[in-house]
Every structure is written in C-alpha cells, then in structure tokens.
Design a protein around this ligand. Structure first.
Ligand code: 5RP
Length: 229
C-alpha cells in the first residue's frame, strides 16, 4: 500500500468518484457505498441530479442513508429490492483480480448485500488502496455478540489473530447491532479459500473479503484514472 498525503488522497478519491458517477444512467437504482470515497460519489450524484438526472438509491449504511437523504436522493428500502442497476462503493484494499477487503467503516454486511444485488458493481479508490496481495489491512469480521468468544477461537484456528474493534474506548457496534473483530491473517495468498473458511463459522454474519463481487475498479493516481476490470 503506497503512502500519500491526505490532500492528494482526497483529490484522487474525488477524481475516481466523478469518473464512476458518469456510469449512472437515468432511472437507475443506484447502490450507495459507505466511507469517504463513496461519499464523494454521493455528492457527485447529487450534482448530476441538479442537472436533471433521475435516480433512486439503496444505502449500504445508516450513515450513507443520512448523507444521501440530506442531498435529496430518494432512498429505497434494501429489503424490498430484487436488484440494483449499479453500485458505487469504496474499498480498503483491492487487487488487480478485483478481490477486495472492505469494512473499515464497519458497513461490510450491508455493503455485501448491496454488491450482491448489483448488476454492475464499481469500486472507487485512491492509489493507496491497490495491493499485490490482500492482507496488510486486517479483515473485518462482523460477529453476533453472543458468539464473540466462539468466533474469536475459530478465527485463531483459521490462522488469524483478532482484535475486537473499539471506538473511543467503547466496543464498536454495527448498524445491525453486532461487533467487529479485525482479524490479521498476514498476507492472504488464497483469499477465496479464506473467505470460504470464514463463511463456515457460525456466529459470523459477514466478513470483509469481497471475492468475485466487483465488476470494475476505478482508481485515481495523481492526474491519471486507471480502470481494472
Ligand atoms: C466501509 C468500507 C469503505 O468502503 C472502506 O473502509 C473505504 O473507506 P474510505 O473510502 O473512507 O477510504 O468498506 O465499511
């Protein structure tokens, strides 16, 4: 993961978001991701709506719903949706094979549902997010609270060392009322295999390995836009 300063990083996030929002068409149902890069895309969508674009949207978190609603973007209930035309979300890490780690913002479960419902799923990223091998960023694992100890033990058996996520000294609680264990597996040579293993653990609602869910990554690097698909 490259290190870049925040101003440059935000400029790249904005550039990638603008490029992705160009893909949105009139009357699309748009999946809205969570996090700072996705928020740039939401603002950009709101700008296009001022110029006549008509869309409805599905939000991948309560925070995103709040932001999108504040810009007047009509939000549909995720539970009523059979499909989403196009989703735009960020990532914590991605590889050229379009595998991701997500969930730095804690919205991994809804983000995965949005990505799974999407006919076309676009990830927007600054250049720090591209890696050769996933795993420098820990894998967020959303855990039903009563299974915390059990899941921690299972993660350890799977080769991961986990830390319960905290915010300002308090246990972080997701939009779904669950906890997050940030699990370090080192560099992940076989992400699909690890995803399969994590899927088998009772008490895991979702994990941050997004395998085969992404149609395209749009990454900005300085003035350049790079597309991986
Ligand atoms: C939230 C996510 C975000 O997409 C990810 O953390 C990237 O965030 P940002 O765009 O702020 O760097 O997965 O759960």
């Amino acid at each position: 993961m490259e290190s870049i300063d925040k101003v440059k990083q935000d400029a790249e996030k904005l550039a990638a978001a603008k490029e992705a929002v160009k893909l949105v068409k009139n009357n699309d149902v748009v999946g809205l991701g969570t996090g700072s890069t996705a928020t740039f895309a939401i603002k950009e969508l709101a700008e296009r709506m001022k110029n006549g674009l008509q869309i409805t949207a599905a939000a991948s978190s309560l925070k995103t719903e709040e932001i999108a609603s504040s810009y007047g973007i009509p939000i549909l209930k995720l539970e009523t949706l059979g499909s989403i035309d196009l989703s735009i979300d960020g990532a914590d890490e991605f590889t050229e094979s379009l595998n991701l780690i997500k969930g730095g913002g804690g919205a991994l479960f809804r983000e995965k549902i949005v990505a799974s419902l999407s006919k076309f799923s676009v990830i927007v990223a600054d250049s720090s997010k591209k890696v050769d091998t996933l795993g420098a960023f820990t894998v967020p694992v959303e855990v039903v609270p009563l299974a915390l100890q059990y899941v921690s033990d299972q993660l350890e058996k799977a080769g991961g060392s986990g830390i319960l996520r905290k915010r300002e000294g308090e246990t972080f609680v997701t939009d779904n009322g669950n906890y997050i264990i940030d699990a370090n597996f080192g560099l992940i040579a076989e992400p699909a295999e690890l995803a399969f293993t994590l899927n088998q653990i009772d008490g895991v609602l979702a994990h941050g390995l997004f395998i085969g869910l992404t149609s395209k990554v749009i990454m900005a690097r300085a003035e350049e836009i790079l597309v991986f698909e």
